[in-house]
Design a protein around this ligand. Structure first.
Ligand code: GLN
Length: 504
């Protein structure tokens, strides 16, 4: 089998056995990116030179019998929200164009120590705000299954590069669905771990109480492999959990007999595309055939998920993004000081002018919308009515999950109500775009884990995603159930034709 078609698990094994060198493997993916990225726009930066130098160093160490890390030579793509000391980090925003962080995110440092080879930085919605990747300042990403459609977002570049065989593994971040939704729309597997399981240090903050980093790959087994490297306590992130990291890969191959999976009847209400509903019901049937039992459960406050999320996330964003003022961080407008003395162009002072113009130029429309929504909801007189209330509803949503997990081990259902939608279809309607997050925001508000993986295709050939959610720190069970599903089905092995079948 050629490297482009291999799972990350198999590729790491082939590298270890010397069937392929790290340089050969990196070259194959870099060439594929060169050939394909023009039509997909999954990468904002590709580090050919750096990747090949690192790969050569790993090969040399291996040849000399020196120790190498557990992922030695595995090519990995990084969402551009992760700080990298040797590559630009833009968050797909003009605000951070040209920014080169002085340090690596904890996740990046861990992958580096494990001897992964970074291919480049992937496109995303600006500051991770969006569900279609159309909010990138550097152009949308196209779905490899149909180039006229969105790959989802905000980790759209990470999902599309794995689906388009440009990387075996990518790292994404998920604040309200940004790993699971694009994974679902691109036919790959994405894990949003429990809040605090993976360090957020060096992840450029969107909504700090919701943000979580996780792996995106072709299979649950590949996600398990990556989790062993990226999970773990980090004293540099005060919300990082000091809990031992299980050997996720060793815990995969266990029977599902006796595992109770919850099914939320409201998930199948109006609005769910019939083909998606069919795919999801068939996925339940596969899990039942594997020995799991399915039970109806209630999440009574789930209907408040979207309004709650779209208060909590913008409030935190308005606070987190205050630092981009042209002075401390970020883009500064160019022609300051060129105005005639005494004329402040309607601003109360030159300093205020600098802040206002820098932010007006640096941020795109959706980021501005979120900052305004959040600032409004946090302002005196509205705080109690909006933000404080949203926090109370969030507590109820979390309690719903904890109550449901008294009677079931997992909750299954759709990731998105529809398959990948057309580029431009929802760009004029922010509310329609926010509703895309219906099935994913609850996981983040509750702080629990979720995984999404393909469970079928529509008649027109678009992937359908299935989601499982689990109690805090039950990632082994999420991965085990998804892996069992993938041993019984081959949806995750299908490759898109839109960008040509990968050749090596
Ligand atoms: N689509 C959601 C939003 O726009 C989720 C984004 C995310 O998870 N980063 O906020």
């Amino acid at each position: 089998m050629q490297p482009l078609e291999m799972s990350a698990v198999d590729l790491v094994a082939a590298l270890r056995q010397g069937d392929i060198t790290a340089v050969e493997s990196a070259t194959v993916f870099l060439d594929r990116i060169e050939a394909t990225n023009g039509s997909i726009n999954a990468f904002l930066a590709v580090d050919r030179e750096g990747a090949l130098a690192r790969a050569a160093d790993i090969d040399a160490r291996r040849k000399a019998g020196k120790p190498v890390g557990p992922l030695a030579g595995l090519p990995v793509a990084l969402k551009d929200v992760l700080c990298t000391s040797d590559m630009p980090t833009t968050c797909a925003s003009k605000m951070l164009e040209g920014f080169r962080p002085p340090y690596d995110a904890d996740v990046v440092a861990r992958l580096r120590r494990a001897d992964a080879v970074f291919l480049g930085k992937t496109n995303m919605d600006e500051f991770a705000m969006g569900g279609s990747n159309e909010n990138s300042a550097f152009g949308p990403v196209r779905n490899p299954w149909d180039l006229s459609r969105t790959p989802g977002g905000s980790s759209g570049g990470s999902a599309a590069c794995v689906a388009g065989d440009m990387a075996p593994v990518a790292i994404g971040s998920d604040t309200g669905g940004s790993i699971r939704q694009p994974a679902g729309l691109c036919g790959i597997t994405g894990l949003k771990p429990t809040y605090g399981r993976v360090s957020r240090r060096g992840l450029i903050a969107f909504a700090s109480s919701l943000d979580q980093i996780g792996p995106m790959a072709r299979s649950a087994a590949d996600c398990a492999l990556i989790m062993e490297t990226i999970a773990g306590h980090d004293p540099g992130d005060s919300t990082s959990l000091a809990v031992d990291v299980p050997r996720y890969t060793d815990l995969l191959d266990r029977p599902l007999a006796g595992v109770r999976i919850g099914r939320v009847p409201e998930h199948f209400a109006a609005g769910l595309d019939p083909e998606v509903a069919k795919g999801v019901e068939e996925a339940f049937a596969v899990l039942m055939a594997a020995g799991a039992t399915v039970h109806d459960v209630q999440l009574p406050h789930a209907k408040y998920g979207i309004p709650t999320y779209y208060l909590v996330a913008p409030c935190e964003a308005s606070s987190n993004l205050a630092r981009y003022d042209g002075a401390h961080y970020g883009h500064r407008c160019k022609d300051l000081g060129q105005r005639t003395a005494g004329h402040t162009g309607g601003f109360e002072s030159p300093l205020v002018e600098m802040y206002c113009r820098s932010r007006a130029e640096g941020f795109g429309p959706e980021v501005k919308r979120r900052i305004m929504l959040g600032t409004y909801a946090l302002s005196a007189g509205y705080y109690e009515a909006y933000y404080a209330k949203a926090l109370r509803v969030r507590r109820l949503i979390r309690q719903d999950y904890l109550d449901a997990f008294q009677t079931v081990d997992l909750i299954g259902g759709p990731v998105s109500a529809t398959p990948a939608f057309k580029l431009g279809e929802k760009t004029d309607d922010p509310l329609a775009m926010y509703l895309v997050d219906l099935y994913t925001v609850g996981t983040n508000l509750a702080g629990v884990g979720g995984i999404s993986f393909p469970c079928g295709f529509t008649k027109s050939g678009l992937p359908i995603g299935f989601q499982l959610q689990a109690p805090p720190l039950a990632e082994p069970l999420l991965l085990q159930a998804a892996d069992r599903f993938q041993r019984l089905t081959d949806w995750h092995r299908r490759r898109p034709q839109a960008v040509g079948v990968a050749k090596t």
